[in-house]
Each structure stands twice: as structure tokens, then as C-alpha cells.
Design a binder for this molecule. Structure first.
Ligand code: ZN
Length: 280
């Protein structure tokens, strides 16, 4: 599943290719992947792309919005004079398209936008712009680190009786931090992942919010993470975690801060990496 920084990376990347393009035609290869009548969007111009949580909102000039949810295996790939690919990384990033994982093809006046989705949990939904806020999952989205205030976060944590790791992963507490970003945020703030939320001080809560923003921003700058076989938009492979993670995925390695050992344990049901020396 792409995490929030990946979705933001896709949003930023697609801007230059699809904004101000007109949708000439829509080819639906899998009925359930496009919710709504395609006729409503043919002829419309794309005005911009915004994001709510992990949903991308492609705004059209006719009052409608294409809400794209990539879920587990969704991808958006633009093919024109240049190629831009985002979402679940696999050979589709460089292969010829459409292929058997292609669900919807948006024919633009200057290229094609492919919505691929191997497992079909993702979708593109045509909705009225005014209705976006009423979408159930958008209504219940918690604040993202950029919107969250340290004091408010502290108060939320005081009411919880779980580990800080579980709280950071809980999308109803703070939105957008997946497993990697949670571990990196806690490493940065020297907080043990098993610490109970009601033991977190106000100063620590503030530090967590700031660190979470830093971690997410860094990830967005690097183009988002994907654990294995990271295929970049130009088809080359890169190991994002080498560039990014100080704790995550580094079991047995030396902590670059204190020389202690990075350990892997299970917290909140997830593999969790931390330094046993400086995150006591
Ligand atoms: Zn350390």
C-alpha cells in the first residue's frame, strides 16, 4: 500500500503532465474500477490535483472530481512525450501499456493516463466537487502532521492508553504515518516505541509532531518509499531506504547516533525497529 508521501509524490509528479489537459475519451476495461458514468467527464479539462489523506482528487472544469484511491496495487501512469509512473511499483512502470492490469485509460489531448490495479481494490470515482467532504473516509480523516498542533496531539495522547507506536499508526489519531515513518519519527525523538501514550510529555508530543513532518518531507523529496525493488519513474532501481531510514530495516546494525544496536521487536502487531541504547 502506498503511504502518504508516495501519494503526495504522485500528485506533484502528475501536475506537470495532466493539468490543463482535456479528457478526450475514457476506456473502461474493468467496470468496478471506475465508479460513475464516464460520459460525464469526456470533454472536461483537468484544472488541478489535490489530495485528501491517501486519495488524489483530480478537479475538472465541469464541477466534477475524479477521486483516485490506489489501495494495495493501484498505479497511475502517464504516457505522452514523457513517462511518469507512481503507485505500487512493478514492471508496469516501464512496460508497454495497456496490459492485463490496466483498468481504465484516460485519453487526454496530449497523452494517456493509465489506471492499473492488479488486485482491483483501488478505484476512480466520479463525484461532485461539493460532495468530496461528505465522503465517509474523508470525513473521519485525522489531521496530518503538517496540520497537527503539538498541544492538541499531547491532549489526544493523554486520553489514549496504548503504546506510542500504536497511536502513531492509528489513522484516527494522526493521519499518514505508516510503519516506516513511525519508526523513523520515534528514532528521531529518542522515544521507545513501547512507551505508553499517557507517559509522553508535552515537550515530547511537540517533538514528535515536528519530527513526523521532517520525516514525511524528506520522504516526499526523495520520491516516496517502497521497501523492495524500488523502480523509479525512469525505470532504474534505487534503494530508497538506504538514503532515508536510520532505524527501519537496519536490524543488527550500529546506531549512527550513539553506536548502540538497532533491534527489531514487535509492537502494535508490527515489526518495529529502534535503538536499544538511545531510545530507552
Ligand atoms: Zn542509538
Amino acid at each position: 500500500m502506498p503511504e502518504l508521501p508516495e501519494v503526495e509524490t504522485i500528485r506533484r509528479g502528475l501536475l506537470k503532465y495532466i493539468v490543463h489537459r482535456k479528457i478526450d475519451d475514457v476506456e473502461v476495461l474493468c467496470e468496478k474500477s471506475l465508479v460513475g458514468e464516464k460520459e460525464k467527464i469526456v470533454g472536461a479539462e483537468i484544472l488541478g490535483i489535490t489530495r485528501k489523506g491517501k486519495a488524489l482528487l483530480v478537479e475538472l472544469d465541469n464541477g466534477l472530481v475524479l477521486m483516485v484511491h490506489l489501495r494495495m496495487t493501484g498505479q497511475l501512469i502517464f504516457l505522452g512525450k514523457e513517462r511518469f509512473a507512481g503507485g505500487h511499483p512493478n514492471e508496469n512502470f516501464v512496460d508497454e501499456l495497456p496490459n492485463k492490469q490496466t483498468r481504465v485509460v484516460f485519453r487526454l489531448d496530449d497523452g494517456k493516463l493509465f489506471f492499473n490495479d492488479q488486485r482491483k481494490f483501488g478505484f476512480v470515482k466520479i463525484i461532485e466537487k461539493d460532495e468530496v467532504e461528505n465522503e465517509p473516509f474523508i470525513k473521519k480523516l485525522a489531521k496530518e502532521p503538517w496540520e497537527m498542533d503539538g498541544q492538541e496531539f499531547f491532549e489526544t495522547l493523554q486520553k489514549k492508553k496504548v503504546t506510542i507506536k500504536a497511536a502513531l499508526l492509528d489513522q484516527n489519531v494522526i493521519a499518514g504515518l505508516g510503519n516506516i515513518y513511525t519508526d523513523e519519527t520515534l528514532y528521531m525523538t529518542k522515544i521507545n516505541p513501547k512507551t505508553r501514550t499517557d507517559k509522553i510529555s508535552l515537550a515530547q508530543a511537540k517533538e514528535i509532531v515536528v519530527a513526523a513532518r521532517e520525516v514525511m518531507n524528506k520522504s516526499i523529496e526523495l520520491g516516496g518509499s517502497t521497501i523492495k525493488n524500488y523502480v523509479k519513474a525512469d525505470g532504474t532501481r534505487g534503494n530508497y531506504l538506504d538514503l532515508f531510514a536510520k532505524a527501519y530495516g537496519r536490524e543488527g546494525e550500529k546506531c549512527e547516533r550513539c553506536g548502540g544496536k538497532i533491534k527489531k521487536i514487535r509492537v502494535a502487531g508490527r515489526g518495529t525497529y529502534y535503538c536499544e541504547e538511545c531510545q530507552k
